[in-house]
Write a protein that binds this ligand. Sequence first.
Ligand code: DSN
Length: 390
Amino acid sequence: MKDKEIEKLMRRERERQAKAVNLIASENIVSADVLAALGSELTNKYAEGYPGKRYYGGNEIIDEVESLCQKRALDLFKLKPTAWAVNVQPLSGSPANLAVYSALVPIGGKILGMSLASGGHLTHGQKVSFTGKAWKGISYGLDKKTERINYDDLLTQAMIDKPHIIVAGFTAYPRKIDFKKFRNIADLSGAILLVDMSHFAGLVAGGAYPSPFPYADVVTTTVHKTLRGPRAAIIFSKRDERGFSEKIDKAVFPGLQGGPHMNAIAGVAVALGEANTPAFKAYAKQVIKNAQTLAAELKKRGWRIISGGTDSHLILVDVWENGSGISGKEASERLEKEGIIVNKNAIPFDTRSPFDPSGIRLGTAAETTKGAKEKDMVKLAGRIDGCLRK
Ligand code: DSN
């Protein structure tokens, strides 16, 4: 590179990533092919519009890239193009969710999503997000005893609030979601069912986590978490008389975005192709085995694991435990000094502030990409325990 300053920073970050133990649950490590697509000349092209309907010339090859990406997205989740539409242009997860609401929920309409403290995402209608300003965000929580979704309570809440849309999905909930129950609650309360599978999309692709597609009306996902692709997002919508897919396409472009990032879309296509392989299926299963081993080993060492364990790539640890431990911030800082990267995280019914909450969130997607197995998780649990008990 001619730009030595940026080259040096890139090298330092590459070295940091190679050295650190990465337990950030929303990160992963992309392949050399994904990096090649991101760094390609596709970044030079303006392609406002959709395949076959662009505003600028010169998009013949770009059309093929986007169409191939759409095909791979449908193939990966075994969806028929007659039944499901797919939009691969959202720049990332937050714009994807925003596009869905702006297409399907009237301004001021109600979004019912999991509360932030229970593991929901800002774009599921939280006040600090635009999704909680333009629409009325209502939150559901977890059962205090089980720290899992209580579907009876959720039904009661939905019947009282009558939301326009219900969001199933999370950033910090370690368990499986019962999508069939969500479907039933959406039907009874007259809501659209959106599943935000950003965290677990790779696990669904690998057959290691339940698929939302038999039940959802719309599914959004980022590509860069368990799916192991570049930073981008996809929106799937059921094709039916409600015309969701047409509305969503219009909301993405021209509603919210201009030219799609075609280099990223090529990277998404590469990642989707990689995820549609037996090797990725084995990867997805290993991610969960690793998370379950890490959770069990930490539990053995006396740490309280939220909900008692995990069904996914994600673990929430209560490091504060009613004041007998340390705060989440201190825990993440101590671990970082030891080269173990995690994030501080609120736990359900947290009594501490979100800036210094009671928990830490751990995820096994990135370390599993590096080849970690259960025996590595046992060692890692020992390192984490030693560091937190210092
Ligand atoms: N920042 C992502 C996460 O860590 O879960 C969600 O947007």
